[in-house]
Design a protein around this ligand. Structure first.
Ligand code: ZN
Length: 282
């Protein structure tokens, strides 16, 4: 059996179904040989964040990304300001954790709105303000475009090209960008312009994260029925090759939301299968 270089791979803790406290996840991920972790705010906020950061460091893990932003769009200015403020606080925790990036899922239409243009404008405004805060803290912001099926409820930012346009619009052309994108195969695999846009993301030095899982056929729940790598229809090795050819040297992060299957299994088993599939199907 091939072995993946697990030191170059990270586990997004959502993959483990939030079955155990963050301290146990850190230890299990490190013990299984992985090189990184991507924790969620629900596991970190209200806890002793410096102590969590220390435990991650002492386990020898990098923090690939800190998940994730409060959705930005709101029906009111006050609501938008509150959402930006919530993200400012999360950026501060990302800095304490030493996260390579703060992952932003930008939000869709606020309840009661049909104005997607307004939502997009609020996202651009909010990301611009947060970028300044992130720069002061030394934390890169990674915009994650989501599959268009999530436009209404989770992300009015859907295409990789759109995310790159937004980065350029906000930050301009810079040699060391503080604003980047996450390439998550689940969200972008279907895009006919994917190869073109991954190459562009590389040229513009914007690739801040690479997430893997698989698209199952049939998919019973677009939110929580993601597949283990190799169980679906995404040509993950091809996308990985494109991302690496584009210059991405960061970790490969496994991120699987699977309420009915993987989350029901023991953490040790999930990690073991992730390790196997990273060798054979990524
Ligand atoms: Zn992702």
């Amino acid at each position: 059996m091939m072995a993946a270089n697990l030191r170059n791979c990270a586990i997004n803790t959502a993959t483990l179904g939030f079955q155990c406290p963050i301290a146990q996840s850190i230890d299990a991920i490190a013990a299984a040989g992985f090189g990184g972790i991507a924790p969620w705010r629900r596991e970190v906020e209200g806890q002793n964040v410096p102590a969590i950061a220390k435990r991650i460091r002492e386990a020898g893990l990098k923090v690939t990304g800190y998940c994730r932003s409060t959705y930005l769009p709101s029906l009111t200015r006050e609501g938008l300001q509150a959402n930006i403020e919530s993200n400012r606080r999360a950026l501060e925790d990302a800095a304490i954790l030493g996260a390579q990036s703060f992952v932003m899922v930008v939000g869709g239409l606020p309840a009661g709105s049909k104005d997607i243009a307004a939502a997009r404008a609020q996202v651009a405004e909010g990301v611009g303000l947060l970028l300044e805060h992130g720069k002061r803290l030394g934390v890169r912001i990674a915009l994650e475009p989501l599959h268009p099926v999530y436009t209404a409820e989770r992300s009015c930012l859907t295409l990789l090209s759109e995310a790159l346009d937004m980065c350029h619009h906000i930050e301009g052309s810079v040699s060391e960008p503080s604003l980047g994108v996450c390439v998550d195969v689940y969200h972008v695999w279907w895009d006919p312009n994917l190869a073109r846009d991954i190459a562009r993301a590389g040229r513009e030095k914007r690739i801040a994260g690479f997430h893997v899982c698989d698209w199952l056929v049939p998919t019973n729940d677009v939110l929580n029925d993601r597949g283990m790598m190799g169980d679906g229809v995404i040509d993950i090795p091809s996308i990985r090759a494109q991302v690496e050819k584009a210059g991405y040297k960061g970790l490969i992060e496994v991120e699987i939301f699977s309420a009915q299957n993987w989350w029901k299994r023991p953490v040790i088993e999930i990690l073991q299968v992730c390790a196997e599939r990273l060798a054979t199907s990524v």
